[in-house]
Design a protein around this ligand. Structure first.
Ligand SMILES: NC(=O)c1ccc[n+]([C@@H]2O[C@H](COP(=O)([O-])OP(=O)(O)OC[C@H]3O[C@@H](n4cnc5c(N)ncnc54)[C@H](OP(=O)(O)O)[C@@H]3O)[C@@H](O)[C@H]2O)c1
Length: 276
């Protein structure tokens, strides 16, 4: 991991865990994860449960707040159900402030490490709504309620238009990473050139068939690892910050264990271009 990377080596994702959110968050911290990804989007995340898990880990002396990298997101109303963390009638900038204030309460902290725009308003490009939200997010950063900012579910076009419109670029891009699209090659290249950290999710679930490819299976056998571990080791080798949302204690261990795997020279290029 480059010394300048302002985040841990792996992020534990808390989506889709409902009543198990608190216990799995606590378990992940016990297993060694120090980065936690969540969102103030009740439809897919139970952020207050993440806060309960953090509190339990603090009480047990497993970690302190300063050991952790906490990341949450602002989600537009169209990505939410009726359980909104803001007044939908309020201007977007106010929604951003209300959403983050609610996240801080859920997480029992007065700052997060990263605040992410969950997805742009339109798939067509960076819109005026996105610019308003980004400006409000920048104010939250300048007020110290988040250390860093990020964007998620973005295309190269979004990023290029964002760059044309703003002096400040995100510290993070968080995207679903499909092997069949060169593992999001163009967006990763854009990020690399600007030292934006690329966070990859669905590395396993978006690439089930590719993980059965001999490149993964043979390498896993040779390294006495699993294909999932090879996928995470590959992600790290090309500069990604991977996410896992495993609910299994064994997989938590394996996913963190992948950080110790060094891939043989040449393999990274072969995997990177396997579907090109
Ligand atoms: N920004 C966004 O829009 C967005 C969207 C989706 C997700 N995310 C974030 O990314 C996180 C991760 O989501 P994800 O889409 O990558 O999927 P995921 O929820 O992490 O699912 C991973 C799947 O892989 C399995 N798995 C994990 N480690 C494994 C291992 N070592 N061996 C075999 N199987 C393993 C898990 O099963 P077990 O539970 O049995 O291990 C699970 O079925 C989410 O929790 C969320 O925080 C963000």
């Amino acid at each position: 991991m480059p010394a300048t990377l302002p985040s841990p080596a792996f992020l534990y994702g808390t989506a889709w865990k409902e009543d198990r959110t608190a216990s799995l968050t606590e378990q992940a911290l016990g297993a060694g994860f120090r980065g936690i990804d969540t969102a103030n989007q009740r439809q897919h995340y139970f952020e207050a449960g993440v806060g309960e898990g953090l509190a339990a880990a603090y009480r047990a002396g497993v970690v302190t707040r300063s050991d952790l990298f906490l990341q949450t997101k602002y989600t537009y109303q169209r990505g939410q159900d009726h359980r909104l963390p803001y007044d939908p009638a309020a201007p977007l900038a106010v929604q951003v402030t209300q959403s983050l204030a609610s996240s801080l309460e859920h997480l029992g902290t007065d700052y997060v490490d990263s605040f992410v725009l969950h997805g742009p308003a339109s798939s067509e490009g960076w819109s005026e709504a996105d610019a308003d939200v980004w400006e409000a997010m920048r104010k939250e950063r300048d007020s110290g309620r988040t250390r860093l900012l990020g964007v998620s579910n973005v295309s190269l076009q979004h990023l290029e238009e964002m760059e044309a419109a703003h002096a400040d670029m995100p510290a993070f891009v968080q995207n679903r990473c499909f092997a069949r699209f060169g593992w999001d090659r163009e967006v990763r290249a854009f990020c690399r050139e600007r030292t934006i950290v690329y966070q990859g999710f669905s590395l396993l679930t978006a690439n089930r068939e590719e993980l059965k490819h001999p490149l993964f299976v043979d390498l896993a056998e040779k390294l006495d690892a699993t294909s999932a571990q090879v996928a995470f080791a590959f992600a790290r080798a090309v500069g990604m910050l991977p996410l896992t949302g495993t609910s299994s204690a064994e997989h938590m261990k394996q996913d963190l264990g992948s950080l110790q795997i060094t891939l043989p020279a040449g393999v990274t290029c072969a995997i990177e271009s396997m579907a090109a």
